[in-house]
Design a protein around this ligand. Structure first.
Ligand code: AP5
Ligand code: MG
Length: 216
């Protein structure tokens, strides 16, 4: 099954996508993580997008779209995935539909205040992208990822002003994307103010009600 997880920056897309991927045994892909890995590896593509990512802006959408779609193709994930952070523009939504049309788009909803209280507490693994927070989800060893042992850092785009900019861009760019899924009856809003486990339960319930719990 192909699922898109959408929502404001810091709404818990990565957290829920990872939980859902484990639960349903389908791969999790994050466009943000793919971009950050390219930046870390200083590839030509990474160099082209790094300023946009630092500022929380959407970069060259056609180039980014082809990189993400090729990634899905290369990894042979086309039959089933949980995709977080993509599509972000109507162009991306249409291209994704052409190649790997998702069954549904889960929209995590929460007020901006919750985001401003969550993001300064987030720690992200510099190697595998796993997400922690200094309040509820601390790593076993301080500053190190439980999964791969690499260093945990605050993301450069989690500065207050950049989060404001990311929220502004989300409001501008995501409206037509969400409309696109709403019009094709694929949009499933889920209240993202509860605990991660409670949100996952609500997502599973929504999938069950749509008879969409079978992987692939
Ligand atoms: P991306 O990486 O997608 O960032 P984002 O959309 O801003 O979302 P985040 O990753 O910040 O948050 P999240 O929703 O995953 O929340 P998380 O689970 O971490 O994109 C980054 C940049 O890359 C973009 O700005 C852009 O420049 C570029 N980019 C990416 N995709 C692109 C595309 N398609 N086209 C063009 N450019 C693109 O949770 C946040 C925190 O809250 C964590 O600490 C977590 O532990 C905590 N938390 C999660 N759930 C809960 C809960 N229920 N209760 C309490 N705390 C919680
Ligand atoms: Mg994320």
């Amino acid at each position: 099954m192909r699922i898109v997880i959408a929502g404001k920056p810091g709404s818990g897309k990565g957290t829920q996508a990872a939980l859902l991927s484990d639960r349903m045994n389908i791969p999790h892909l994050s466009s943000g993580e793919i971009l950050r890995a390219e930046i870390r590896n200083a590839t030509a593509f990474g160099k082209e997008v790094q300023e946009y990512v630092r500022r929380g802006e959407i970069g060259p959408e056609r180039l980014i779209t082809s990189v993400i779609l090729e990634f899905i193709e290369r990894k042979k994930y086309g039959k089933g995935f949980v995709l977080d952070g993509f599509p972000r523009t109507i162009y991306q939504a249409r291209e994704l539909d052409r190649r790997f049309s998702p069954s549904l788009c889960i929209l995590l909803t929460l007020p901006d205040e919750t985001i401003f209280s969550r993001l300064p507490n987030r720690l992200t693994c510099t190697a595998c992208g796993r997400v922690y927070n200094v309040r509820e989800l601390l790593p076993e060893r301080e500053g190190r990822c439980d999964g791969c042992g690499s260093e945990l850092v605050h993301r450069i785009d989690d500065r207050h002003e950049t989060v404001e900019r990311r929220l502004e861009i989300f409001r501008e760019e995501s409206a037509p994307v969400l409309d696109h899924y709403r019009r094709s009856n694929r949009l499933v809003p889920v209240d993202a103010t509860h605990s991660p486990d409670a949100i996952l339960r609500d997502i599973i319930k929504a999938l069950e009600s749509l008879e969409l719990t079978n992987p692939v």
